[in-house]
Design a protein around this ligand. Structure first.
Ligand code: IMP
Ligand code: MG
Length: 186
């Protein structure tokens, strides 16, 4: 299936307003502290760049310090269903130990990705672990509830596949400045 860009669900001005609010939340939460932001690649890159600037802006005249780390996640569907494989950067442990950590992702769907990354980060002796996602899908409650829910959510959305603002469908449309629905095509 190729798919097409469907209806715009969240226009760029609404994203910008919400990112500003989240920036204020981070400025308050981390005032006087130096957290490590652990960003899950690749979907959150646009959100990440806008969010950390909004945070810096909201904190003025303070100059908030933070560090940034990237983790990659792949799920091997089919061969090992449900297994999420995480690649952590070399030396992450030393940079995280004793510091607050904020794990950032684009979208919370089943929660498997966020749960798996948080488990890894918890092993690294972070002093406080919080999670923030741009989008969370409202899913029908089937099976076990996720072990962890995000501490902060940008937008709750219906349970459908979305693209844009970093989110892709088969590698495409990360560059759209808005969040749109994927329209299934031939
Ligand atoms: P989870 O592990 O089921 O919570 O899924 C989270 C990951 O699946 C996200 O980090 C995304 O990479 C991907 N994903 C889930 N839903 C969507 C979507 O609607 N559009 C694009 N990517 C998605
Ligand atoms: Mg992702």
């Amino acid at each position: 299936m190729r798919g097409e860009v469907g209806k715009i669900l969240i226009p760029s001005d609404r994203i910008a307003d919400r990112v500003r609010e989240l920036g204020r939340t981070l400025a308050d939460t981390y005032a006087g502290r130096e957290p490590v932001v652990v960003a899950i690649m690749k979907g959150c890159v646009l959100f990440l760049a806008d969010l950390v600037r909004a945070w810096g802006e909201a904190a003025r005249p303070e100059h908030p310090a933070m560090d940034l780390e990237f983790v990659s996640v792949c799920s091997y569907e089919g061969t090992e269903p449900g297994k999420v494989h995480i690649t952590l950067p070399e030396g992450l442990e030393a940079r995280v130990a004793g510091r607050p950590v904020l794990v950032l992702d684009d979208i919370f769907d089943t929660g498997r990705t966020l749960v798996a990354v948080c488990r890894e980060v918890e092993r690294l002796e972070a002093v406080e672990l919080k999670t923030l996602v741009l989008l969370a899908k409202r899913r029908a409650a089937t099976g076990e509830p996720p072990e962890r829910k995000p501490d902060w959510v940008g937008f709750e959305i219906e349970d459908r596949f979305v693209i844009g603002y970093g989110l892709d469908y088969r590698g495409r449309w990360r560059n759209l400045p808005y969040i749109a629905a994927l329209r299934e095509g031939a």
